[in-house]
Design a binder for this molecule. Structure first.
Ligand SMILES: Nc1ncnc2c1ncn2[C@@H]1O[C@H](COP(=O)(O)OP(=O)(O)OP(=O)(O)O)[C@@H](O)[C@H]1O
Length: 281
């Protein structure tokens, strides 16, 4: 399927099935002539119990969108809800607590504590918050992620894929309403990356979690239920049931738009096209 770039953002789900919602979400950095509009009035619903990938050229606003949905940064305009809670306008302390209680994070660098073993790393956020893990859930997560025989190992004794699985288990341990994953396979070889994507998929399918993942990799996005495409701070397209091939094809259209801004210029100066290609990592 394809949607014209000018179409309004779709992906809007029924209210009860929405894990997070944004309306008119806008973020500007800087002021005056140097203002960068990182997000431009974005409307989006993140469906509960689904795996959503966010893609788009470098600088299109993917990380900004994720940070605003997770309450990690303040909005310039617009509103964000986590479930039924409007998070825009919450005080920093309330936001911190909400993030701790209701959101799980997975980043490209696993951020594991080297002196703690795998199990201690998994339960650390809950320990800090003074929460007792739901034992049954925790056991379930550990088994689903295949970490049972690695729990006593420190990060240095684990492979990259196993470390990322620990990071995944840590994000899942408190059974958050929403998990945000920022390039979770970015630092992994393709086999370990596939493993992590498989586990995120299982978290959605077997543990009924909701996952939002920012990625540049069409193969990674193919594990999602829906891909949202950003360009210049707006959601310009979405793709349900993506495949690596269909995502790649869609991304190529961004390359064309960005690499050939004006036909006349391209014709006049064909050699410079490569120089103006977008800087995609
Ligand atoms: N703290 C900041 N100060 C100024 N500009 C910023 C800041 N953070 C992001 N931007 C700008 O906002 C725009 C969107 O950035 P963002 O990091 O959200 O893009 P992205 O799609 O995640 O990019 P990438 O794929 O390269 O990580 C970019 O033009 C970026 O330069």
């Amino acid at each position: 399927m394809s949607t014209p770039a000018s179409a309004p953002a779709t992906g809007l789900a029924e209210p009860t099935k929405v894990a997070a919602r944004a309306r008119g979400l806008t973020k500007a950095y800087g002021s005056g002539e140097t203002t960068v509009l990182a997000l431009d009035s974005v409307d989006v619903d993140i469906a509960r119990g689904r795996f959503t990938a966010v893609m788009g050229p470098s600088g299109s606003g993917k990380s900004t969108l994720m940070h605003l949905l997770a309450g990690l940064d303040t909005v310039s305009a617009g509103q964000v809800w986590l479930g039924d809670t409007e998070i825009t306008g919450l005080k920093e302390r309330e936001l911190t607590q909400l993030r701790r209680d209701r959101i799980g994070f997975m980043f490209q660098s696993f951020n594991l504590i080297p002196t703690l073993n795998a199990l201690e790393n998994i339960t650390l956020p809950m320990d800090i918050a003074g929460q007792r893990p739901d034992r049954e859930w925790l056991e379930h997560v550990i088994d689903t992620l295949g970490l049972r025989d690695r729990l006593k190992h420190r990060p240095a004794q684990l492979s990259g894929g196993q470390q990322q699985r620990v990071a995944c288990a840590r994000a899942l341990a408190s059974r958050p309403e929403l998990i945000f994953a920022d390039e979770p396979t970015g630092n992994l070889d393709s086999r370990a990356g596939l493993e992590v994507l498989g586990f995120l998929r299982e978290a959605v399918d077997k543990l009924e979690q909701t996952v939002v993942m920012v990625t540049h990799d069409p193969g990674a996005a193919a594990h999602a239920d829906l891909v949202l495409f950003l360009a210049d701070g707006r959601i310009v397209d979405e793709m349900p049931r993506p495949t690596a091939e269909s995502v790649l094809e869609r991304l190529k259209r961004f390359d064309v738009i960005h690499a050939v801004p004006q036909e006349s210029q391209a014709e006049a100066d064909g050699d410079q096209r490569a120089d103006s290609a977008p800087d995609r990592d």
